[in-house]
Design a protein around this ligand. Structure first.
Ligand code: ATP
Ligand code: MG
Length: 366
């Protein structure tokens, strides 16, 4: 899929803006605070109805204006399609049109313009705690496997109830009797989640390692591994066996859970780790290595989505070049092929052999 053209009216710092894009790389060059990230945000919003920097529609509308309009011409599913959003200040609901026909929800345009974003905050996926990694993985698995979301929602619901029981049983000891029921459900649904994740991390590892290898000029051997409950040595065993392993682990933590009043074990603690040539990235990775690995994960995400849907999502790379040496910068600018890419960058005079450079200054093309 490709975004051929965009027109913005009163979106962020864009009063009246239109641009045509290359089907390959689009390098958005400009000084700080000129609107580069805003343009990526517009592209992502156009396809999803979601802004990656805010939940508040009003913030997307140019200061002082009472509405904003985003319009894009997209080639996807073998045809040209027009998408148009109109956003309003206040409580008036936003409007969405596809090829001039009004749509009720963003769900109705899903798959028309799918984007994969890398932004500097994504470095935290690899550097910070496990919850960000789980969130990343869960988001991608939900995009790939429609039934996964229901399993996660169900698991979280049971988990929340179990945690409440563990807390409330101090006042109401009889509650302890229903814990085994909750544990059984947790193991059942937990096994399904682990089965999905095992398959996902296996393909993510394969794709991301390939990209990281090219990116680092073959100098670093990227290995991503899935970490789940310690009784599960092999997450690919049948789900009935996974369920048994989970039960074993839960049983061995039964006392500790009662004492701490918390649910201590299960796939809600899952994680993955990345090593480069055997060395932990989280503990020892340099800034450039972390960035390289994070972008490789996003490239892998793009490939997995492409394999699932037959369409290559548009890649949005915000501030990806800083901290990268010239060879790695060259990889981003000139070697990511196969789909459309938008890359922001502050250095004037940067060019890409694979597409076009667009200079942005104060919400306009220079
Ligand atoms: P950097 O290189 O620092 O990342 P950038 O080019 O990516 O800069 P943006 O994040 O796109 O910059 O933001 C550009 C400007 O847009 C900011 O100065 C910000 O104040 C302005 N801006 C954000 N929201 C609005 C809005 N609703 N109305 C008007 N201006 C806005
Ligand atoms: Mg920016």
């Amino acid at each position: 899929m490709k975004l051929n053209k965009i027109q913005l009216e009163n979106f962020r710092n864009y009063e009246n803006f239109s641009a045509e894009f290359d089907p390959g790389v689009n390098l958005l060059v400009g000084q700080n605070a000129q609107g580069k990230t805003n343009l990526l945000e517009a592209v992502a919003y156009l396809g999803s109805g979601r802004a990656f920097r805010t939940q508040k529609t009003g913030e997307l509308i140019r200061f002082g204006a009472d509405f904003a309009q985003l319009e894009g011409n997209v080639t996807s599913q073998q045809r040209e399609q027009d998408l148009r959003w109109i956003l309003f200040q206040g409580s008036r609901p936003r409007q969405l049109y596809r090829n001039g026909v009004k749509k009720k929800t963003a769900g109705e345009i899903s798959g028309v313009l799918q984007t994969v974003l890398f932004c500097p905050e994504d470095l935290q996926i690899l550097k910070a705690g496990a919850s960000g990694r789980r969130r990343f993985a869960d988001t991608v698995i939900c995009q790939l496997r429609p039934n996964y979301e229901a399993a996660v929602t169900e698991y979280n619901r049971i988990l929340e109830q179990k945690n409440r029981i563990l807390k409330d049983r101090h006042e109401n000891p009889a509650l302890t009797d229903i814990l085994p029921e909750y544990n059984a459900r947790l193991c059942q649904v937990g096994a399904i989640i682990i089965a999905y994740r095992a398959r996902f991390f296996e393909s993510l590892q394969k794709e991301a390692a390939g990209f990281h290898n090219l990116f680092s000029g073959g100098k670093e051997d990227f290995v991503l591994s899935y970490k789940t409950v310690s009784t599960v040595d092999d997450p690919f065993i049948p789900t009935a066996e996974l369920e048994e392993k989970l039960r074993e682990h839960l049983d061995s933590h039964y006392r500790a859970e009662l004492e701490s009043s918390q649910c201590l074990t299960g796939p809600h603690k899952d994680d993955f780790d990345v090593t480069l040539s055997g060395i932990s990235l989280k503990a020892f990775g340099s800034q450039g290595q972390v960035r390289t690995a994070a972008v490789s994960l996003k490239l892998a995400q793009r490939t997995l989505l492409e394999k699932a849907s037959g369409e290559t999502p548009v890649l949005l790379l915000d501030d990806v070049l800083s901290e990268l040496d010239p060879a790695r910068q060259d990889f981003v600018l000139n070697q990511i092929t196969g789909g459309q890419v938008f890359i922001t960058c502050c250095e004037p005079g940067r060019l890409t052999k694979l597409g076009k450079t667009i200079e942005i200054s104060n919400g306009q093309i220079k």
